[in-house]
Design a protein. Structure first.
Length: 78
């Protein structure tokens, strides 16, 4: 199951022609962790990670936070 947060991060990363490793370096994560976020295997649980992704991808914090909250609700079944 893919979640909206990961799809959004993947789309914005791809628009910049960055690899997962490149984005990972920019936000202080491994390329593998970026992959897990993009595929929905790992939710974004750190506010620091959320902020860094927004800064590096030049995307709205509110937009990504809303998606992350919706994903959390889907995972929890509510």
């Amino acid at each position: 199951m893919e979640f909206a947060t990961g799809q959004y991060v993947r789309r914005e990363r791809a628009r910049r022609n960055w690899s997962q490793e490149e984005l990972g370096k920019r936000v202080g994560l491994s390329g593998g962790m970026i992959s897990r976020i993009e595929t929905g295997q790992k939710p974004i649980t750190s506010m620091t990670t959320l902020i860094r992704l927004c800064e590096e991808l030049a995307i709205g914090f509110d937009d990504l936070l809303i998606l992350a909250i919706d994903d959390y609700r889907m995972r929890e079944g509510g």
